[in-house]
Design a protein around this ligand. Structure first.
Ligand code: GZL
Length: 371
């Protein structure tokens, strides 16, 4: 296989591979309202994992332990004794979740953090009780990937009452930064959806009857990925018609089932916007079982950037896959150390993401830029 030139840094590799929306976006200075790709590798090994790094969009006062909820004890999370709890929302059968969990575990190990963790398997009640259980097990600070934005009230209230700070990653929770939770670290979901609309416009010449497979209701990711797409279509693409929109709960089986139903109900569907890759995989199966060809009869745009879907982009089954970088480990633990130090953590830290298209998907896969 032709070996690709090894770029010195991942940002350079992303730039070479055309993964950045602009050179600036790749070198962190981009401040687009839309998304910008991820950046530097954690190391220069052949299979460098590009960790989530912040855009420079953070603003506002930084939250520190002495400001948080009226002041909490300063902890040394790398002393090997202080227990950090990690609450994962969904099953690691989704590569986004598997990569996110692995990133937290790897960084905890690298830093010598005493980590305990639970997985709520998309059940918000389970996530509440698991967080409360980790508190009972001695967790003094929590990293939480919320299942939904409003459902974690009981767990957050108990953490707050026991002065246990909570850092949220990948989805937000309702409440006040530096009071109910430290901060939110995650992608620009609204911007991802705008790019998805742009990509679908490009692929369909501006004429499309689109079905939207929306994510699980009740969290900011679904809300923003739906509104961002609708707003962009309304503002710029008069001949893109959204003919159906239904939740596939971020799951492949639900995505397939819903897509089968929508294809039967709407014979005019010639495009799909899936709010995550798991549902896009299901949609491909549904399109095929309807006797249609994905990439030809039905154009697909999706979000996350998992290997299987980026390969589908490379193979022409989908037009684009906008990355949601799940490698929060280094940034999450650095943020906690800043929280307990003097630098603090700003309330909303938006990370960089890649953008995989038919022009760069093959190279991105060959360069190990995909999770
Ligand atoms: C995004 C995350 C979303 C992913 C989906 O940060 O919350 O949830 O895009 C996952 O794959 O279900």
């Amino acid at each position: 296989m032709k070996t690709l030139p090894r770029a010195k840094t991942l940002a350079a590799a992303m730039l070479t591979a055309g993964l950045c929306l602009s050179a600036a976006a790749c070198t962190n200075s981009g401040n687009d309202s839309a998304k910008s790709p991820s950046s530097s590798a954690s190391d220069n090994t052949a299979a460098a994992q590009q960790v989530a790094t912040p855009t420079d969009s953070a603003s506002g006062p930084a939250c520190t332990a002495d400001r948080y909820a009226g002041g909490v004890a300063k902890l040394n999370i790398t002393d090997g004794k202080t227990v950090v709890g990690f609450s994962q929302s969904e099953s690691t059968s989704n590569p986004f979740r598997a990569t996110e969990t692995k990133s937290i575990e790897n960084e905890a190990k690298r830093l010598g953090v005493k980590l305990i963790e639970r997985n709520a398997n998309a059940d918000v009640n389970a996530q509440n009780s698991q967080i409360q259980d980790m508190i009972a097990q001695g967790a003094k600070v929590l990293i939480v990937a919320p299942e939904n934005s409003d459902g974690l009230g009981p767990a957050l209230a108990e953490a707050k009452s026991k002065k246990i700070p909570v850092l949220t990653i990948d989805r937000t929770v309702t409440g006040t930064a530096c009071t109910d939770f430290i901060a939110f670290i995650g992608s620009n979901f609204y911007g991802q959806a705008q790019i998805a609309a742009d990509d679908l416009n490009t692929a369909t010449g501006g004429n499309a009857h689109v079905a939207i497979l929306t994510g699980t209701p009740g969290n900011n990711v679904t809300t923003d990925r739906t509104k961002g797409f609708q707003d962009q279509v309304k503002a710029k693409y008069p001949n893109i018609k959204i003919v159906a929109s239904q939740t596939g709960n971020f799951a492949q089986t639900d995505g397939q089932k819903v897509m089968e139903q929508l294809l039967q109900a709407h014979s005019d569907i010639n495009a799909v916007y899936a709010e995550n890759d798991e549902m896009a995989l299901g949609a491909i199966q549904a399109i095929r079982s309807a006797g249609k060809t994905p990439g030809k009869d039905v154009k697909i745009v999706t979000i996350d950037g998992i290997q299987q879907m980026v390969q589908n982009v490379a193979d022409g089954l989908a037009v684009a896959d906008i990355e949601t970088n799940p490698r929060f480990g280094p940034l999450a633990f650095q943020s906690l150390q800043n929280f307990y130090g003097t630098a603090g953590v700003q309330d909303k830290v938006i990370i960089k993401d890649g953008h995989f298209t038919t022009a760069n998907a093959k190279q991105a896969l060959a360069q190990g830029l995909v999770y």
